[in-house]
Design a protein around this ligand. Structure first.
Ligand SMILES: [Zn+2]
Length: 620
C-alpha cells in the first residue's frame, strides 16, 4: 500500500516546485488526513464514468465534480489521490465550453497520498478528472476466479474507509464533506456491478450499469463491487446480493433484517435510505462488514447456519443512523461513528432477541476490549484522539467501539432508558446528514440531558470518559446469568468433579461456547486439550469465532491437531479480526514463527491490501 510519486506528468513536475509548499499549508486548516481545500471549494455532486478491466486490474475513466465555491478569490481546487495516474483535467465554464485545466500531482505522503492541485477559479463550475488506478491502489481488491467461492468469475470490491476512496477516485477524501453521486460503470458482460446507491433488483445483466445516490454521503461511503452476483429478496425492503453458493444460506441467516429495521426506526426515527440490501463478499473481505449505505458489505464468515452471529447485521444497519446519517467529522472522532453504532447494535439485539443474548454479547465485547487494550498505549485508550501524522486506520482498535458503547450505556444508566432513548432520537433527528465532532456532541449532551437534569453526572466524569485513558471504575458492564452457569460447569471439570461428557452444555449458544473457551486456563496439558477437542470438536468447528478462540488458546501450547485446520483457515479467510491475532500468536511462538511465515507467503496474495499491510508490519 505504499504510495508512489512515479506518476507525475512532465507538466506537473514543472509546477510542483512552485506550489507544493502552499498545498500542505492549506491542508492543515481542516482535516489533517486530507489535502483538500474545502474551505475554498466543495464538491456537491460527483459523477463517475468508469470501465472495470479485470485483465489489467484497472479502473479507468473520469470523475466529474460539480463545485460549490465558498471563496470567490480562490484559484485552486485540490483533491486527494493515492497511486492514481491522472491523464488530463477539463473544466466546464459558464459559456458551456470544456477546456484543459492545468494541474499538478504533489509529492507523495506515505499516509495521505498525493494532492492533485488544479488551477481554476470560481468561473469553473464543473471539472472532469480523467485517470486510471494502478497496482498501488489500496481501496480495491481484485480477486481471480479461483479466489471466489464459485471459482468461475473474477470479483472486485472496494473498501474506502478510512482514507482509501482517494486510491480509486480523485476526490475530497474527508468525512467533513458530503456529496451526492451518480455512476456509469462498464464491466464484462456476464458480471453484475452494485454500488452504495440505488441497485435496481431487476437490472439487466449486460455489463453497462447506472447508479444514483441521491442522499449526501461522505467519500468513504462510496462503494463498488463487481462479480458473478445474484439477488434474492428477504422482504420488500431487504435482500441479498451474493455469489450463487451463498444466496440461500444468507437469505436464511439474515431473515430478521427487516425486524431490525423496524425496531431501529421506532427507536431512533425514520430509516432514510430507501432499500437496505446486503452484499456477501468472498472470504478475503478484510472486515466483518462495511456500512456502505443501502448496501452493507458482509463477510461470509458470519453465515453459520444458526443465526448466531447476526449482531454484525444489527451493527451495519445501526450505521444507517450513527455514521451514515451523522458522520464523524474527522477520524479523531471515530467513536462518534463506532461507539454509537455498538450501542445501537446491542439495543437492537436486545429488542429482537431478548436480554439474555444482548447481555452475553455486551459482556463478550467488554472482555475483548480489555484484551485489546493490553497492546495499546494509554493515549490510544481515550475516546477523543489526535491522529495527526498517523494513519487513521490505526484508530480502529476496539476502544472507539466498545469504550464508546460503555460511555453511552453509562449515560443511559444514569439518566434512565426512557430519557436516554428520547435523547438519542433527538440527536439523530437534529443532526441528520451532518458531520459531528466530540465537542458538538458534548454541547448537545449538556443542553439536552446534563443541564436539564442537574446533579446526575459531572463535567469531570464526562471528561474522564472522553479524554482520559482507560475505563472509568463505574462503567456499567453487562453481566450474564448464562455465563455464570458456564463458569460453574467449567469449574466442575477443572476440579475433576465431573468429566467433560457430563457437563450440561446441551443448550449452549455460540456465545456460551466462546465464554467457555475464553475462561479456560491458558496452560492446559495435552491430555486436557485432547479431551476438550474429542468431546467438543473445537479444532474442526465451522464457526469461525469458536475456531479462532480455540486456535488462539492452543497455538502457544503447540497443540499439534490445530495446525492442519489452521493452515486451511489462514489460506481461505482474510478477515483481519481473525487472521491478524492468529499470525501474532504464531509469531510469538518460536517453534511456529517460520511455519507462519511460510503460510503467509502463500496466503498473502489472497488477502486485502489493508490486511497485508497490518501483517507485513510484524511478520516480515
Ligand atoms: Zn462499525
Amino acid at each position: 500500500m505504499k504510495p508512489t510519486n512515479l506518476f507525475f506528468t512532465s507538466f506537473s513536475l514543472l509546477l510542483c516546485v512552485v506550489i507544493h509548499g502552499k498545498v500542505f499549508a492549506n491542508a492543515a486548516a481542516t482535516d489533517s488526513h486530507s489535502f483538500a481545500n474545502v474551505q475554498d471549494v466543495r464538491t456537491t455532486n460527483l459523477s463517475l464514468d468508469l470501465t472495470v478491466d479485470f485483465t489489467r486490474k484497472q479502473l479507468s475513466g473520469y470523475a466529474e465534480h460539480q463545485l460549490q465555491w465558498l471563496n470567490p478569490k480562490a484559484t485552486r481546487f485540490i483533491v486527494d489521490t493515492r497511486a492514481l495516474v491522472v491523464e488530463k483535467v477539463q473544466g466546464l465554464a459558464a459559456d458551456g465550453q470544456w477546456s484543459d485545466i492545468k494541474y499538478v500531482l504533489g509529492i507523495a505522503d506515505p499516509i495521505k497520498g498525493q494532492p492533485l492541485t488544479m488551477q481554476l477559479t470560481p468561473k469553473v463550475s464543473t471539472v472532469r478528472i480523467f485517470y486510471h488506478t494502478t497496482d498501488g491502489t489500496t481501496g480495491l481488491q481484485w480477486l481471480s476466479a479461483m479466489q471466489t467461492t464459485e471459482k468461475k468469475q473474477p470479483f472486485l470490491f472496494s473498501q474506502s474507509q478510512a482514507i482509501h476512496a482517494r486510491s480509486w477516485i480523485p476526490l475530497q477524501d474527508t468525512p467533513a464533506v458530503r456529496l451526492t453521486y451518480q455512476a456509469h460503470i462498464r464491466t464484462p458482460k456476464d458480471l453484475l456491478a452494485v454500488m452504495s446507491a440505488d441497485n435496481s433488483k431487476n437490472t439487466e445483466r449486460d455489463g453497462d450499469y447506472q447508479f444514483s445516490m441521491p442522499q449526501k454521503v461522505p467519500a468513504y461511503l462510496i462503494a463498488l463491487a463487481v462479480g458473478d452476483l445474484h439477488f434474492k429478496e428477504m422482504s420488500e425492503q431487504t435482500g441479498i446480493y451474493a455469489e450463487k453458493a451463498w444466496l440461500d444460506k444468507a437469505v436464511y441467516e439474515f431473515a430478521d433484517t427487516q425486524k431490525m429495521i423496524d425496531v431501529a426506526s421506532k427507536l431512533y426515527g425514520e430509516y432514510h435510505w430507501g432499500r437496505y440490501d446486503l452484499l456477501i463478499l468472498p472470504s478475503s473481505f478484510p472486515f466483518g462488514g462495511m456500512e456502505n449505505p443501502r448496501l452493507s458489505f458482509i463477510t461470509p464468515t458470519v453465515i453459520t447456519g444458526d443465526r448466531s452471529l447476526v449482531s454484525l447485521i444489527a451493527h451495519e444497519l445501526a450505521h444507517s443512523w450513527s455514521g451514515n446519517l451523522i458522520t464523524n467529522s474527522s477520524w479523531n472522532d471515530l467513536w462518534i461513528n463506532e461507539g454509537f453504532t455498538n450501542f445501537v447494535e446491542n439495543r437492537l439485539m436486545r429488542e429482537v432477541y431478548g436480554d439474555a443474548r444482548a447481555d452475553m454479547e455486551a459482556n463478550l465485547s467488554y472482555h475483548e476490549l480489555l484484551r485489546d487494550m493490553h497492546g495499546l498505549s494509554p493515549l490510544d485508550t481515550a475516546l477523543r484522539v489526535d491522529l495527526t501524522g498517523r494513519d487513521p486506520d490505526d484508530a480502529f482498535s476496539l476502544v472507539p467501539y466498545v469504550k464508546g458503547q460503555l460511555f453511552l450505556s453509562w449515560l443511559e444508566f444514569k439518566f434512565g432508558q426512557a430519557r436516554f432513548d428520547e435523547f438519542m432520537a433527538g440527536y439523530f433527528g437534529k443532526h441528520q446528514f451532518q458531520s459531528m465532532d466530540t465537542k458538538v456532541f458534548l454541547q448537545f449532551l449538556t443542553e439536552q440531558l446534563i443541564n436539564k437534569y442537574p446533579g446526575v453526572v459531572t463535567a469531570q466524569q464526562i471528561e474522564q470518559w472522553v479524554d482520559k485513558p482507560g475505563i472509568p471504575a463505574d462503567a456499567v458492564v453487562s453481566q450474564s446469568d448464562a455465563f455464570v452457569k458456564v463458569e460453574a460447569q467449567l469449574k466442575l471439570w477443572l476440579t475433576q468433579e465431573q468429566p467433560l461428557r457430563r457437563l450440561n452444555t446441551t443448550k449452549w449458544t455460540v456465545h456460551e461456547w466462546l465464554h467457555f473457551i475464553n475462561q479456560l486456563p491458558r496452560e492446559l496439558s495435552f491430555a486436557q486439550l485432547s479431551e476438550l477437542d474429542e468431546v467438543y470438536m473445537f479444532s474442526s468447528s465451522l464457526n469461525a469465532e469458536i475456531f479462532v478462540a480455540w486456535a488462539r488458546l492452543t497455538i502457544p501450547q503447540n497443540y499439534p491437531p490445530i495446525f492442519t485446520p489452521l493452515r486451511k483457515f489462514l489460506l481461505e479467510v482474510g478477515r483481519t479480526k481473525f487472521v491478524v491475532p492468529l499470525y501474532k500468536e504464531l509469531k510469538a511462538n518460536p517453534e511456529k514463527s517460520g511455519w507462519a511465515s511460510a503460510i503467509y507467503r502463500d496466503a498473502r496474495a489472497g488477502y486485502h491490501p489493508l490486511t497485508q499491510s497490518q501483517i507485513d508490519k510484524f511478520l516480515f
